[in-house]
Unconditional design. Structure first.
Length: 810
């Protein structure tokens, strides 16, 4: 994705530059799904297709020293609609040496972002033509080198490409939009000791005696979009496997070879599950998963060859706190949703990401059961509603690169749209809808209306209102619910109000709301149709219910405010059949603490059969924050499930009493899980003293996977905000700079600037940080930039201003 250093320029450097009244406008960067961007005043649409690109033959030779490539791109195409005199291809800063063409060329021109081919005569519609462009490039984005010269490990040298959203144009000329699909063939020439992987199947591997380079020839025979074209080349270790007749490979840098199998176990079972669920055999010639250094995302679903971050690799001592299952499943699901059927433009990204997110969730339901699945759905919804984001899922006022669509709306809300449909239709009918959709639009571009039309065709129901309120408008229902019982009439009264602000962006919702009543009579479910701002419903029951649950099946995306009585909550907490009910009971009991609450929640913490209920109990005790709650937590540290154990540690760490630190400190020598030890280190600054400061500084020398404990120590030092830690941190950075992971070093540089911000003499640290803002490791550069922003020294202004000028504008 786009170089993330631009985000640091906009977020960190302005601190320094604004001291002089200077405003800098910087480009965008790819964001994590949880972040929200404001969008654009320009409505974006898929570009016109004046030519249909049929095939790309790409022959490249990378130069690892110069971080450049020379290439030859042969494009086969047909004009569409009308005769074509000019073919304009996306290409960023290419040097074009020559162009060959089956049709006579009048001229060719390479601009900063295009290669424009002008033909002597207009090319007739529907007649195949071929052009071959000989070029060289030094990509600033889209192709990334990882070599010892840049601070990476010897023996792990490699490069990788990343096309989403519009970065393919940085290393080959193409119509770089998802609504253009073509077949591809990639040939890569490499020196001894290196191998190359690309989309499709390997046709040949031949060494040229004249050059000493080996050509790896990969061919993708089914059409895909340019952003899915991938090249990974360099020094790797390979674990091969098969699923039926499908070749599988898990490919990692050699220094990580021991971690590969653990991280990719389960791929075959996922393939089997997705094939059965989707009624569509895995569509490509192979499935490879390749781990690279400093990948900007968690993973990328390139056709038949997913790229994954090295941070997904983990060891057994992390227990259940680290897993690659979700990432592997998400990228594998994309091989159908995103690769077989591809969103026409980025406004409809949810058709890629929402589906992949939901099928990852369904895979987890297969693995862990429905109760854990529903808990995960609920937690995802809680994260979404916190944003208060009124943008619709399908949104056209986006930036030209579409990165601002990569947020919770496309991923989480998109997956929730599917979850609500599946909850309403049932798994079998929903499965039939999705299978029909995939088969009908395979290897094509899709818009939301394509899925809607299949949904209505298969089910016979109208879903215009559903898509209008959930997809084409924003928000979600904010429900205030009340309950009372009329003993005389034997009626349960449920009052529902929609409290969200409605208007052009957010509608008044029409939604089914299930209410479950439990009592001596058993269980009674009622579904109420809420279609206005306030409605009252009455249900005749044999006796007063002991438990009343709204949305018991976690089937409605809504922010629900419902406060059952304390007696009902206690009954709900004891209901062994309803784990989500127990979670909600704990949450509400903590918010309305009374005598006996801590005892009840403590019992759940130590005895509930579901780990996520116990985790919620630990969090609730932290929220209560009383001495009794702390005592209960301190007596609950021997949790067999690491997820709960970590929650208990973090809950204890939230207390400011000295006993909290005294409880946690000894665990640093007895706890084996690195994630939990890191949580302890991050909690210590709440109780900072000479002992804890010394421990944090000692951990700056610690060895752990991906620098996990080093990172936690740096985080702890930042939280303690003590200038006495400047010198130990500075020395640790200088000593370990060449061995630290890029992210770890970047975080340390940022913290160094933060801690030194009040010093009178900042010159040594200023000089140290300035030398690192011109490097080639983005995470390190970002950290140095952030550190300079924290340091806020006006002497950095000339360098920062020059960097900001070089950054491309949107």
């Amino acid at each position: 994705m786009n170089s993330s250093r631009l985000l640091s320029l906009s977020a960190s450097l302005l601190t320094v530059l604004s001291l002089h009244g200077e405003e800098i406008s910087c480009g965008h960067a790819h964001l994590k799904p949880a972040q929200v961007l404001p969008g654009s005043n320009v409505r974006r649409y898929a570009p016109d297709r004046h030519a249909d690109l049929l095939h790309l033959l790409l022959d490249v030779t990378p130069d690892f020293k110069q971080r450049s490539l020379s290439g030859k791109a042969t494009l086969t195409f047909k004009p569409i609609g009308q005769a074509l005199q000019e073919l304009s291809l996306d290409a960023i800063d290419f040097t074009v040496s020559s162009v060959d063409s089956t049709a006579k060329l009048k001229a060719h021109q390479a601009t900063t972002d295009k290669i424009i081919l002008t033909f002597e005569k207009p090319l007739p519609v529907g007649v195949e033509q071929t052009v071959t462009i000989h070029y060289s490039a030094t990509p600033k984005d889209g192709m990334y080198f990882r070599t010892p010269e840049l601070g990476y490990k010897e023996g792990d040298s490699h490069l990788y490409t990343q096309g989403e959203t519009i970065l393919a144009r940085n290393w080959f000329p193409v119509l770089d939009s998802p609504n253009e699909k073509l077949t591809t063939e990639v040939i890569c020439h490499l020196p001894d000791g290196m191998k190359a992987w690309s989309n499709g199947k390997l046709l040949s591997e031949k060494k040229d005696p004249a050059t000493g380079l080996t050509a790896f020839n990969w061919k993708q025979e089914k059409p895909h979009s340019a952003y899915l074209v991938s090249l990974v080349a360099g020094q790797f270790s390979v674990i091969e496997d098969r699923y039926k007749d499908l070749p599988l490979a898990f490919i990692v840098p050699p220094s990580d070879a021991a971690l590969a199998k653990r991280s990719f176990d389960g791929t075959k079972e996922m393939l089997e599950f997705f094939e059965a669920e989707l009624g569509f055999p895995y569509p490509w010639e192979k499935y490879h998963q390749i781990v690279v250094r400093d990948f900007q995302w968690g993973g990328m679903e390139n056709t038949s060859i997913s790229t994954l971050s090295d941070r997904t690799l983990h060891t057994a001592d992390y227990e259940d706190l680290r897993s690659s299952i979700s990432l592997v499943a998400h990228e594998l699901a994309h091989q159908w949703f995103g690769d077989v059927v591809t969103c026409k433009d980025w406004s409809t990204l949810w058709l890629n990401e929402g589906f992949a997110t939901y099928y990852d969730a369904l895979n987890q339901e297969r693995l862990y059961g429905r109760e854990q699945f529903l808990n995960a759905r609920w937690r995802a919804a809680q994260n979404l509603v916190k944003e208060k984001n009124a943008r619709p899922i399908v949104f056209r006022n986006i930036n030209a690169d579409g990165y601002d669509q990569f947020g919770n709306l496309s991923y989480i809300k998109g997956s929730w749209v599917l979850h609500m449909l599946r909850s309403e239709l049932g798994p079998d009918l929903f499965r039939q809808v999705v299978q029909t959709y995939l088969k009908r639009y395979q290897y094509q571009n899709v818009v939301t209306e394509n899925f809607l039309s299949v949904l209505e065709e298969v089910t016979g129901r109208s879903y215009d209102r559903f898509f209008d309120q959930w997809v084409f408008h924003g928000g979600y229902p904010e429900l205030a619910a009340e309950y009372d019982w009329d003993e005389k009439t034997g009626l349960a009264h449920v009052s529902l109000r929609q409290t969200q602000k409605t208007g052009d962006d957010v509608l008044m919702f029409h939604v089914p709301v299930k209410v479950r009543f439990k009592g001596d009579f058993g269980t009674e479910d009622r579904v109420f149709l809420l279609d206005r701002d306030a409605q009252d419903f009455h249900v005749a029951l044999p006796s007063a219910p002991k438990i009343v649950r709204l949305d018991p099946d976690v089937a409605l995306l809504a922010d629900i405010e419902f406060k059952p009585s304390a007696t009902m909550l206690e009954a709900q907490l004891k209901d062994a059949s309803d784990s989500m009910g127990r979670v909600l009971a704990i949450k509400q009991m903590a918010a309305n603490e009374k005598a006996g609450t801590v005892e009840l929640i403590g019992k759940a913490l130590n005895s509930d059969p579901q780990w996520f209920v116990r985790q919620e109990a630990a969090d609730a005790l932290a929220d209560i924050g009383s001495e009794e709650a702390l005592t209960t937590l301190r007596s609950s540290l021997t949790q067999p499930d690491a997820r709960v154990r970590k929650a208990v540690v973090e809950a204890i760490g939230s207390f400011v009493q000295p006993i909290a630190s005294e409880t946690l400190f000894p665990l640093l020598s007895t706890e084996k899980n690195p994630d939990i030890r890191a949580s302890i280190l991050q909690a210590l600054p709440r109780h900072i003293d000479a002992k804890t400061r010394t421990e944090l500084e000692r951990q700056l020398e610690s060895e752990s996977l991906r620098g996990h404990l080093f990172d936690a120590a740096v985080s702890g030092l930042r939280a303690s905000d003590d200038t006495a830690s400047i010198d130990p941190l500075f020395k640790a950075i200088q000593k370990r700079e060449n061995e630290l992971e890029s992210r770890s070093l970047g975080q340390a540089l940022s913290t160094l600037g933060f801690l030194a911000r009040t010093q009178e003499d900042k010159s040594e640290i200023l000089e140290f940080l300035l030398k690192r803002v011109t490097g080639s490791r983005d995470f390190v550069v970002n950290g140095a930039l952030s550190g300079l922003g924290e340091l806020a020294d006006p002497k950095a202004r000339p360098v920062l201003s020059a960097l900001a000028v070089k950054a491309p504008n949107e």
